[in-house]
Design a protein around this ligand. Structure first.
Ligand SMILES: Nc1ncnc2c1ncn2[C@@H]1O[C@H](COP(=O)(O)OP(=O)(O)OP(=O)(O)O)[C@@H](O)[C@H]1O
Ligand SMILES: [Zn+2]
Length: 697
């Protein structure tokens, strides 16, 4: 039989024909020879005909059954088309790592178990005692902990035998008690509207702390009672413990969890729970949108504005697009929720494409926002007198404080005072940040570390100009000022370990006074004793060179503010800014999303930016900058019927120069068609980002 196979090779988008003697189905993986290499491919068609001579046989059929069901296959086609990427990359993205084309089951972790056997060889009384200490099968590691030498004797004498079993995963989070509230009238009418609307998508725009999660839980209850499955999406792994806890407490049934903190083993286990319909509820981040549901009844997407929902490597999909596809397939509803919806979603709701539901009131009171004008303040190490005073006050009342500084590490700016030398990452071309913990300079783009030298490598001077502040340094200072208080720091550095998010958040809840962190602490957290949120360096996001800078800044400030005063105690927020008159600051101060939306939409219209047009970026990469420019210019000449911005040089990556074009069009279909045609014709390697969110990448 002849079959057509997709292979993972460059960005090839077409199939190749092989012969196969044994049974194989569409969607199974096969090992084939391609260009003198052994590669893994996906069977796309079976029983095909071909006039080719020299058709090679497949080396091995890897799977007995197809890995993807019909829906997911159609979804892969859609993604390959929509995001202009190869189908194999889409398959790869959709599957858990253990099932990806190139992996054998090697990433699965096995554990040794001891199985009890009959034997009549003599044992000493101590050996007998150890043997009888356990109920079998038990983990070999437990036995060895008691005595490695006796374990060996028991094995040798045949009392126990060794069996390898897939290691149990550790995906559980600590349990909390369920609290069911009587609903507010706004919550009641939100639930009613979503139940009754004939629109697929509802946008739940509710101010921070308005009880959106309770609306989610009630809607989920409806759907679960009909035997269908529910998907809860959160943007970041840090937000999963809280959502899992609330869902678990309410529904008291097994749920599948899926996020980047799981290892290949655990991901496969959770994936299979859904595949074999052993669970009805999934809670997870971005990649959970590819779970193999059999009867999906509802998709709930929390913090829908969050940029983590967009994947930042090929295929650069947006979770919202995938969710809409899946909802159409399963004929189920989608609820997008946020206190700060993306302009795209709000504009759609405004035009009545989505059902718009507003929760205008917080369960308790909204916090009071104070803009601290840094031009007028006495500032000590980045902290204003006003903020310091407020922290003192809150801590003395045994209330909790969150401080947000969107920059990790110790010193962001470190420059030789004599020759001006700044250490730059040779791969990315950006200045390195000093991390005191490791006494090293770290690149925040690629993560590489470089030893910090007391002497300037260029002029051997020992005078450094040191400025700026990262979370590490802020923590040190806060500890110095508030000596007797418990400070918890949460940023990418302190959350590297498994389950670190959960542990740190629990630590803060139970005994913490101050939580210091990057934007990680701005989102979704719900601690009722937090009555002060301080935002340092609030202007930093506004300065970004990106058409979405205001939107990102507004989101972050409003979300961070929303962490204050969520319980009965009235909350306060202090935003340190050099520009208190900026419209973003004003909108945050008044908690006025609508005002922000209207103003920002005017800017977008003037500059012809989304949601008024659709964008696609093409990035060309080369060791030689001029070559990269040349490639971009050739490409630009292909798109004469579109508005094209660039070429312009952007940040380096892996020692290579990168040059970018931005394509703009009011006609999304035309944009897709032209990009696909171009990719089919060109031989150049190009990185395509359809509907990009961040331009600076
Ligand atoms: N009807 C209600 N009565 C009293 N308390 C409620 C009610 N609904 C929700 N709450 C409580 O209000 C708090 C805020 O709710 P929730 O976390 O769902 O807010 P949210 O709308 O998701 O806010 P954010 O956008 O800031 O995440 C929670 O502690 C929740 O238990
Ligand atoms: Zn780097």
């Amino acid at each position: 039989m002849l079959i057509n196979v997709y292979v993972e090779y460059n960005r090839l988008r077409n199939t190749f024909t092989y012969s196969c003697d044994c049974h194989v189905e569409v969607g199974c993986r096969v090992r084939v020879e391609f260009n003198n290499r052994t590669l893994v491919g996906f069977v796309e068609e079976v029983d095909v005909e071909s006039d080719f001579k020299n058709i090679k046989p497949v080396i091995e059929v890897i799977d007995e059954k197809p890995l993807l069901n019909n829906e997911l296959k159609v979804l892969a086609n859609y993604m390959a088309d929509f995001y202009a990427s190869s189908k194999v990359t889409c398959y790869k993205t959709m599957l858990p790592p253990a099932l990806r084309p190139s992996s054998k089951h090697s990433k699965i972790i096995y554990e040794d178990y001891a199985i009890l056997n009959d034997s009549d060889l003599p044992l000493t009384s101590r050996q007998k005692e150890v043997l009888e200490m356990f109920t079998y099968p038990c983990k070999m590691s437990e036995l060895r902990k008691v005595s490695p030498s006796i374990t060996k004797v028991l094995l040798d004498k045949g009392y126990i035998t060794l069996e390898k079993r897939i290691k149990d995963s550790n995906t559980c989070v600590s349990e909390i008690a369920d609290v069911t509230h009587s609903l507010t009238s706004e919550q009641v009418s939100a639930i009613e509207t979503i139940r009754n609307t004939n629109k697929t998508v509802s946008l739940l725009h509710g101010v921070t702390g308005s009880g959106k999660t309770e609306v989610f839980l009630r809607l989920a209850e409806d759907v679960l009672s009909t035997g269908k499955q529910v998907l809860f999406l959160v943007p970041e792994i840090g937000l999963t413990p809280m959502m899992i806890q609330r869902v678990q407490a309410r529904f008291k049934q097994k749920i599948a969890i899926y996020h980047s903190g799981l290892n290949a083993q655990e991901k496969l286990e959770q994936y299979n729970l859904v595949k074999y319909h052993k669970v009805d509820i999934v809670v997870g981040t971005r990649s959970a949108c590819f779970m193999p549901f059999s009867s999906l009844g509802l998709i709930l997407m929390d913090e829908e504005h969050d940029s983590s929902y967009k994947q930042d490597n090929t295929p650069r999909y947006h979770t919202r697009d995938i969710v809409l596809f899946r909802a159409a397939y399963h004929k189920c509803k989608v609820v997008l929720a946020s206190a700060t919806p993306s302009l795209e979603s709000y504009a759609r709701a405004y035009k009545n494409v989505y059902e718009l539901i507003e929760l205008k009131n917080r369960i308790h009171e909204m916090p009071e926002i104070c803009l601290v004008d840094m031009k007028k303040e006495r500032i000590t190490n980045g902290l204003s007198e006003t903020l310091l005073q407020a922290i003192h006050e809150r801590l003395s009342k045994n209330e909790q404080v969150i401080l947000l500084l969107n920059r990790r590490g110790y010193l962001p700016v470190i420059r030789c005072s004599d020759c001006g030398h700044v250490r730059i990452c040779p791969d990315c071309g950006v200045a390195l940040t000093y991390h005191k913990n490791q006494n090293a300079l770290v690149c925040h783009c690629c993560g590489r570390q470089f030893p910090f030298m007391e002497e300037c490598p260029s002029c051997h001077s020992k005078n450094y100009f040191k400025a700026g502040m990262g979370t590490e340094r802020l923590e040190e200072q806060i500890l110095e000022i508030f000596k007797d208080h418990h400070v918890v720091r949460m940023d990418a550095d302190s959350t590297r370990r498994k389950n670190a998010h959960e542990k740190l958040l629990r630590e803060f809840e139970e005994s913490g006074d101050l939580l210091i962190g990057t934007q990680m602490v701005a989102k979704g957290l719900d601690f009722e004793r937090v009555t002060l949120v301080g935002i340092l360096n609030a202007d930093a996001t506004l300065c970004r060179n990106d058409y979405r800078a205001s939107e990102t800044a507004y989101e972050m400030l409003e979300q961070a503010s929303g962490r204050s005063g969520r319980g009965k105690l009235k909350g306060q927020v202090m935003i340190q800014t050099f520009d208190p008159d900026h419209f973003v600051m004003r909108c945050v101060q008044m908690h006025d999303y609508k005002m922000f939306f209207n103003q920002e939409m005017r800017y977008r219209h003037l500059g012809m930016y989304p949601p008024y047009v659709y964008l696609c970026t093409l990035v060309f990469t080369h060791f030689d900058l001029q070559e990269a420019y040349k490639m971009a210019r050739v490409a630009k000449s292909y798109f004469t019927s579109l508005r094209v911005l660039g070429p312009i040089e952007i940040r380096m990556q892996q020692k290579k120069h990168r040059v970018r074009l931005i394509l703009k069009s009011k006609d999304d279909q035309l944009l897709h068609k032209l990009v696909r045609n171009y990719l089919d014709e060109t031989k150049q390697v190009v990185d395509v980002n359809m509907h990009p969110i961040m331009m600076e990448e």
